[in-house]
Design a protein around this ligand. Structure first.
Ligand code: UN1
Length: 510
């Protein structure tokens, strides 16, 4: 009954039309518009998006820079309160948010609801961490007669550039961290999910976050990035997306006079290693979830499963069987596990990859898409056997799982190959031998290691998330040190024995 009413509510909400436009101090700006369609059928008009032009970008910079002076001094308690109110509003509007994100981002119902949950968690977590870390000045020891304190401030104007694959959670996560640390924010959402982002911004403003402190610039990424990130008023950038784009941003920031903080969370070439002691049912369940959930469009998703030779045939047969059970189709339907990928370009890229692997590897199994998928941007879950990790050059962002067999005695080579590929985001280990588990996790240069479980869905505050090497700069989102990098420190040293207090200090300086 509950599922039925959930389904009915989603159908009702699907009638709604949405708008997105640049918001400068809360005021919608005019400009060139485009219509947003659902990737599930490419014909349902979801709403219109007005793209930010040069004058909107300049206005966002002017306003965010002007608002920084006051926001920097806004007590941490008050900033935290705004975020708690934002969490409550996001929670109260979870069905509208989820419905929009299902239709605009092609997320499954479960994914979309989890995303709202994660965004709420980010707001609450960063509010709490900000109060803990920045709430009181840190008193430091010093010689008698001297008082030393460490104070934290926001860096200034922060550009938050977010991806389409988590249009609620990562979008709100970056913004809430930057605000909690005392920055003003210019939020640039992924173009494919501008409507969802706009609704989040409206809720954040409604929660009391001053409109001057949070500016919004939907539109074309390269155009906005070029103008925004060449302005010396930008003090920091939070970016989640591809490694290639992170490098572009880094190069662009390097032409600014100051060294600007870049917090980048990028791609992965994530591996799971299963030895012959692995529990096969557990392994298959975890591999299927990690590779195909969210149509494989997570930076944390499993891409390559290493199987020890003696369990390989059995596990491949089990994986194929499990893939047949996956339900692909309209993401508005609660029973659907896998919706579309984000757009036709994504389909083309994945098809190209599979075509090339038909030449140098073996495509073991590919699901037949049901008729309902014909009109949308769908890609069938695919299983490919490789002979070497070198056959994958860049991140494959979709529902494709690769397997590679390894022999007893080759584990060290496997570990070294994983480290050599340069990515370092997530890694799974399936083994019941403690020594093997320790041997692997101590050697791999990877940010999040998961043992005998799936490798996605890191929980805020519980499993701080983020990688190293080609996978990002750190610090870890949803972790206790994340806010540090969004802030600057000031050491305040005061001679507390000065006669007559401040007047005496002042005259001594003169
Ligand atoms: C991303 O896909 O861009 O653990 C990162 C997870 C998520 C991944 C988010 N935190 O699956």
């Amino acid at each position: 009954l509950q599922l039925q009413s959930l389904q009915q509510e989603l159908e009702m909400l699907a009638q709604h039309r949405w708008q997105a436009a640049p918001l400068i101090n809360g005021q919608a700006q005019s400009g060139v518009k485009y219509v947003s369609y659902s990737p599930a059928n490419r014909k349902t008009r979801l709403g219109e998006v007005t793209m930010a032009d040069h004058s909107a970008i300049q206005a966002a910079l002017d306003s965010a820079a002007a608002a920084y002076g006051e926001w920097r001094l806004c007590p941490v308690k008050k900033r935290a309160l705004y975020l708690q109110q934002a969490a409550e509003l996001l929670e109260n509007h979870h069905m509208e948010l989820a419905s929009l994100c299902i239709r605009e981002g092609g997320r499954s119902v479960k994914d979309a609801l989890n995303e709202v949950r994660e965004a709420v968690d980010f707001c609450r977590y960063y509010a709490a961490i900000a109060e803990d870390t920045f709430g009181q000045p840190i008193l430091l020891p010093g010689p008698a007669g001297e008082q030393n304190r460490l104070l934290h401030y926001g860096r200034g104007v922060f550009a938050c550039i977010s991806p389409w694959n988590f249009p609620i959670a990562i979008f709100v996560g970056q913004i809430s961290a930057a605000l909690a640390a005392g920055n003003t924010v210019i939020a640039k959402p992924a173009q494919q999910t501008s409507l969802t982002a706009m609704f989040c911004i409206q809720l954040l403003h409604q929660a009391g976050i001053p409109t001057q402190v949070l500016q919004f610039l939907p539109g074309e990424g390269a155009t906005i990035g070029k103008i925004l990130l060449s302005d010396p008023r930008i003090a920091g950038v939070a970016f989640t997306g591809s490694t290639a784009t992170a490098n572009l941003i880094n190069r662009q920031l390097s032409s600014l006079p100051a060294i600007v903080a870049l917090i980048a969370e990028t791609g992965g070439q994530n591996v799971m290693i299963a030895d012959s002691s692995a529990h096969c049912e557990q392994l298959v369940q975890d591999a299927i979830v990690s590779a195909f959930n969210s149509a494989g469009q997570r930076c944390s998703a499993l891409r390559v499963l290493y199987l020890q030779q003696d369990i390989a045939d059995k596990v491949i047969a089990m994986l194929t069987g499990a893939m047949k059970q996956l339900v692909i189709g309209d993401p508005n339907d609660y029973a659907v596990d896998i919706g579309p990928v984000i757009d036709q370009q994504a389909v083309d890229r994945l098809e190209k990859h599979v075509r090339a692997r038909r030449e140098d590897a073996e495509v073991l199994y590919q699901i037949n898409l049901p008729a309902c998928c014909a009109a949308g941007s769908f890609f069938p879950p695919t299983l490919i056997e490789l002979t070497s990790l070198n056959q994958l050059e860049e991140e494959i962002f979709g529902p494709i799982l690769h397997v590679i067999r390894y022999r007893e005695g080759e584990l060290q080579q496997v570990i070294e190959g994983v480290n050599r590929c340069g990515y370092g985001l997530t890694l799974g280990i399936q083994s019941r031998i403690q020594q093997t588990i320790d041997r692997i996790h101590r050697q791999v240069k990877v940010g999040n290691v998961y043992v005998n479980r799936n490798m996605i869905g890191a929980v805020v505050g519980v499993q701080p998330f983020g990688g190293m090497g080609l996978s990002g700069t750190g610090p870890k989102a949803g972790g206790p040190s994340y806010l540090q990098r969004f802030s600057v420190e000031q050491t305040l040293t005061v001679n507390s024995t000065a006669i007559g207090g401040n007047v005496a200090l002042l005259s001594r300086q003169l």
